[in-house]
Design a protein around this ligand. Structure first.
Ligand code: KIV
Ligand code: ZN
Length: 408
């Protein structure tokens, strides 16, 4: 069945709504054309996300075209366009998604006092009426309507509850609560979702509460997970955490947190986690933006060890310093980086892989040469290690008056 369908009815299933191609793409440096969006959307469908927000059809003819092409060519997830709460935007989204059977429209309207005053100069009642009008109109064209109360976190909770109830009554089936400016904290957002869940679930049991968190204070993923613990069953996320300003919740982090800490959350997603690194690398390629080494889950350091104590521990039992299997996110395996923090054990092991069994005084000599060189250049690759072994061998031969020559 195209679209989200029954997944939304399974209480233990978290809907993964990917906004890499909309919120992610609208951030400086991450812009994508139709071809790049198509390549990414294929990979996201393959990854197993449930909804792909392909763009904001009314934003530009290029965006409308991208939503049309991507949603027309790829099967599997529901495709979605962002839309302001106006008939013109809703019509543009409808035109762009006309060929997608599982299509969804995502309508947003600022509800906080600052948005009401600074953006619209409207009263709370006027905002509520526009939200309801736009959802009711969208329902004449779409079966699947999502409503976002933009800047929900800075909206009065009782008014936010009134808006959510009213749009659910008008036919919105997903109620998104964005922390538009990344201001919330895990405890605060947990309480807000509990409050909203208490108001919405008894009257609209099929409505899905959704979290959309920005990372301005570095808490997007923690806030998303806190919302999930309080009843959210859709997470809005982006690959590598790209998005407005400091970005959105990182897809790979939310998904792996839910999986790795299933003991805490008891929830599942439809994501094939072994494809996470591949999708992250693809996004990095199409946007020409490198993934930081230390990025959780997909950075090259996520399963790499240089410190001797850690390398030794991982060699004995990887669980000493790894909480996930590298293969589960798409890496080949753990990587041991040789550098000034590495120990004799790791150096001897790498040398052995390269065909040199080192022990005793000769290993000590190689290890001294290794530490000297690592202080100079940092990481020691295989070529450098072989050069160190060879120079220690020459040194050793000279000390022996030229008699001993075999050190491999
Ligand atoms: O951050 C935000 O509020 C948004 C909405 C448009 C959902 O991206
Ligand atoms: Zn956003």
């Amino acid at each position: 069945m195209p679209g989200v369908g029954d997944k939304a009815r399974d209480p233990n299933r978290v809907i993964v709504f990917d906004t890499t191609l909309r919120d992610g793409e609208q951030a400086p440096g991450f812009s994508m054309g139709v071809a790049e969006k198509l390549e990414m959307a294929r990979a996201l469908a393959d990854l197993g996300v449930d909804v792909i927000e392909a763009g904001f059809a009314a934003a530009s003819p290029g965006d409308e075209e991208a939503v049309r092409v991507v949603s027309g060519e790829i099967e599997g997830p529901a495709f979605c366009s962002l839309s302001r709460a106006t008939e013109g935007d809703i019509m543009a989204a409808h035109r762009a998604l006309a060929h997608n059977r599982g299509r969804r429209i995502h309508i947003f309207l600022g509800t906080s006092p600052i948005h009401r005053k600074a953006k619209f100069n409207m009263t709370a009642d006027e905002v509520l009426a526009q939200a309801v009008r736009s959802v009711a109109f969208a329902r004449t064209l779409f079966d699947d309507v999502e409503f976002s109360a933009e800047d929900a976190i800075r909206t009065e909770p009782d008014f936010l509850g009134d808006v959510m109830e009213a749009v659910a009554e008008a036919g919105a089936s997903t109620l998104n609560v964005p922390d538009t400016v990344g201001y919330s904290t895990p405890i605060e957002i947990h309480a807000l979702f509990q409050y909203l869940h208490g108001r919405i679930a008894p009257k609209y049991p099929d409505a899905v509460l959704s979290a959309h968190c920005h990372d301005d204070l570095g808490m997007a993923v923690a806030n998303t997970l806190a919302a999930v613990q309080a009843g959210a069953r859709q997470v809005e996320v982006a690959v590598n955490g790209i998005g407005e300003r400091a970005g959105n919740s990182a897809l790979e982090e939310v998904v792996m947190a839910l999986r790795t800490r299933a003991d805490q959350y008891g929830l599942t997603t439809g994501v094939d986690t072994t494809k996470l690194v591949g999708v992250s690398r693809l996004l990095s390629k199409v946007t020409e933006s490198p993934v930081p080494r230390n990025k959780a889950i997909v950075g090259v350091n996520a399963f790499a060890h240089e410190a001797g104590i850690h390398q030794h521990g991982v060699l004995v039992d990887a669980r000493t310093y790894e909480i996930m299997l590298p293969q589960d996110v798409g890496f080949d395996g753990t990587s041991f980086v040789l550098g000034k923090h590495s120990g004799r054990h790791a150096v001897a092991k790498r040398a052995s892989v390269l065909g040199h069994e080192l022990s005793g005084n000769f290993l000590s000599a190689v290890f001294r040469g290794f530490k000297r060189r690592a202080d100079e250049i940092g990481e020691i690759n295989d070529r450098e290690l072989l050069a160190i072994i060879s120079s220690a061998a020459k040194e050793d031969t000279r000390e022996d008056g030229g008699r001993r020559v075999v050190h491999s």
